[in-house]
Design a protein around this ligand. Structure first.
Ligand code: CTP
Ligand code: MG
Length: 552
């Protein structure tokens, strides 16, 4: 496994120093030439933009021009987009946060006949007209940015119209991945929740984490939030000399108890005061206490946690992995979609593989390619500098933040090939005695007897996939086998004829996503691709399919 630090020879896995011809010649993969921002820089930029944004419910016929003209009396609008959820909403970002103060001052309280409004003035507003004014823009209707993924039938149609599996994979990525607008909306919703918590903790922040920011989010995924009180509770850096004051504070028995009481109070406030937040559930006895609710105007299901810094760090790790090479996101989105349509993963928690575990399996597979497509977590730590040092609850969570330092040997495998090989890799993986270790990029003996063992990269004693039972793992392995076999038959085999007047026939990736792979394999009229004789590896794979799937 080899990684090339900038302008210095590579320390190979065994500790010996190896010079690399690619490094000497300055060869880089094209995608690495686009220098991506560090996770923190990107998060901070988006958080700051969300702070000067408002969410406005509008008429479906609203005119963008009229709305912007009306709002510009409070300052310059730097960005604005519309979407349709339960109604039409505009996300409006002002150039300056001061504009929100002016906007709030000129905003009226709603007039009510039978009820009384709770006087919490949030940044969720409604555009009203007083009779003489008209919101509509005639024929100039606004463009709505989609905030959810397209229905599966439509997606399969689009995939089937592509010419190759690689094109299908790229189409799938652009159809599913989070858009810039969707990410902005996620940060805005966090910022709105922060306003509620700030009533108690004025300097707190609410950060999105998980798939909203790790590069692997799919339109419609949940919004994981982390309430960060550290800025609010931190001690001054300099030791005081002479007199100093100390806060008097209530005490709790444990950090967990503090988290539970903070979340409980914030949950009550969100429920009582925050417009648009409904269905609040306190799930405070979970391993990681959380508050779940729906944010209706955005359609996001939100999970608010506190004191969850390691999860924030693992989101950063996944962001780094997703930024290293554009094939990573393509493969993760495709495998996640495949897993979801075949019931390998689910939106509810249970004994099945979670998206996070599945992502870890994919990343590990990419670490084991020759040459590797992803570095190991240890290599990311070795590339870190002093400012990247990070220790959370005794765990070393240091990873490099400067993405330009990550350089790997060129691997030119196509996404189609990687998908095929992913299925083959896990169809034959010795899950019964081996564990997945992303820190080392190597499998190692299982430390415990759970069916699936994936070591948490930042908390070595934890198994990310502790919840997975043997039946679910068997199902995953069986589906990997069937999919590997299916792609061997199908890869690149677009049907020769397109049915007249009908929709395109599902093939390749689209057929792989059909509920029954067996049914997909039996679709009539597909041109059988003449392939070279199967390799020994594939032959043994085919043999293993004919034997019982319960051998794991
Ligand atoms: N997480 C973790 N250990 C787990 C599960 C989750 O550290 N066993 C952290 C990961 O950082 C993960 C985040 O919590 O990204 C959010 O978890 P979850 O919402 O389950 O996963 P996502 O990656 O957000 O994927 P999804 O799209 O399914 O929400
Ligand atoms: Mg999530």
């Amino acid at each position: 496994r080899r990684l090339i630090p900038p302008s210095q020879p590579c320390r190979a896995a065994g500790g010996t120093v190896a010079t690399r011809p690619e490094a000497a010649k300055g060869v880089q993969r094209p995608d690495l030439q686009v220098v991506r921002k560090s996770f923190h820089a990107l998060q901070e930029e988006r958080r700051e933009r969300a702070e000067r944004s408002v969410l406005i419910s509008c008429s479906p016929k609203v005119s963008e021009k009229k709305l912007l003209k009306f709002l510009s009396q409070h300052g310059n609008v730097s960005n604005c987009f519309f979407y349709q959820s339960y109604g039409v909403y505009a996300v409006v970002e002002f150039a300056s946060k001061n504009s929100i103060v002016g906007l709030h001052e000129s905003t009226s309280l709603p007039s009510m006949h039978h009820e009384v409004s709770v006087p919490f003035k949030s940044r969720l507003l409604t555009l009203k007209t007083n009779g003489s004014a008209d919101q509509s823009g005639g024929s100039n209707s606004v463009e709505f940015h989609p905030q959810v993924a397209m229905p599966i039938n439509e997606l399969l149609q689009q995939l089937s119209a592509e010419e190759s599996v690689d094109q299908q994979l790229s189409r799938l990525t652009s159809a599913l991945q989070l858009t810039e607008e969707n990410v902005s909306l996620r940060f805005l919703v966090c910022s709105l929740v922060k306003d509620v918590a700030a009533a108690f903790f004025p300097k707190c922040t609410v950060h999105p984490f998980g798939s909203s920011v790790n590069g692997f989010g799919k339109l419609g995924c949940d919004l994981d939030m982390f309430l960060d009180l550290d800025a609010a509770s931190g001690n001054p850096k300099r030791k005081p000399s002479g007199f100093y004051l100390e806060y008097q504070m209530k005490r709790e028995a444990s950090e967990r108890a503090v988290t539970q009481s903070v979340l409980s109070v914030v949950a009550e406030s969100v429920e009582q005061f925050s417009p648009g937040c409904v269905g609040i559930q306190k799930i405070l006895n979970a391993r990681c206490p959380l508050v779940r609710f729906s944010h209706q105007p955005s359609g996001f299901q939100c999970d608010l946690t506190a004191n969850n810094r390691v999860a924030m760090k693992s989101s950063e790790l996944l962001y780094v992995f997703s930024s290293v090479d554009e094939r990573v996101r393509g493969l993760v989105l495709a495998v996640r979609y495949w897993a979801r349509v075949h019931g390998v993963t689910s939106s509810v928690a249970g004994a099945w593989i979670s998206n996070f575990s599945l992502t870890a399996l994919i990343l590990f597979f990419l670490q084991t390619r020759g040459p590797p497509i992803l570095p190991t977590v240890d290599q990311l730590r070795d590339l870190a500098d002093q400012s990247d040092q990070c220790c959370v609850e005794g765990n070393d969570c240091t990873i490099v933040s400067d993405l330009s330092r990550i350089r790997l040997q060129t691997n030119t495998e196509s996404l189609e090939r990687l998908l095929q090989e992913f299925f083959e890799f896990y169809a034959a993986f010795p899950f019964n005695h081996m564990s997945i270790n992303l820190r080392k990029g190597k499998e190692q003996n299982k430390p415990e007897s759970t069916p699936l063992h994936i070591q948490n990269p930042f908390e070595a004693t934890l198994n990310v996939s502790k919840n997975v039972n043997a039946a679910q793992l068997d199902r995953f392995v069986a589906l990997c086998r069937e999919s590997a076999w299916f792609l061997q038959q199908e890869a690149g085999s677009k049907p020769a004829t397109v049915p007249t007047g009908g929709s395109a026939q599902a093939w390749g990736l689209a057929a792989l996503f059909l509920p029954s792979l067996a049914q997909a394999a039996g679709v009539k009229g597909r041109r059988k691709k003449k392939r070279e004789p199967a390799s020994e590896r594939v032959k043994s794979l085919l043999q293993s399919i004919s034997t019982s799937h319960s051998s794991q």
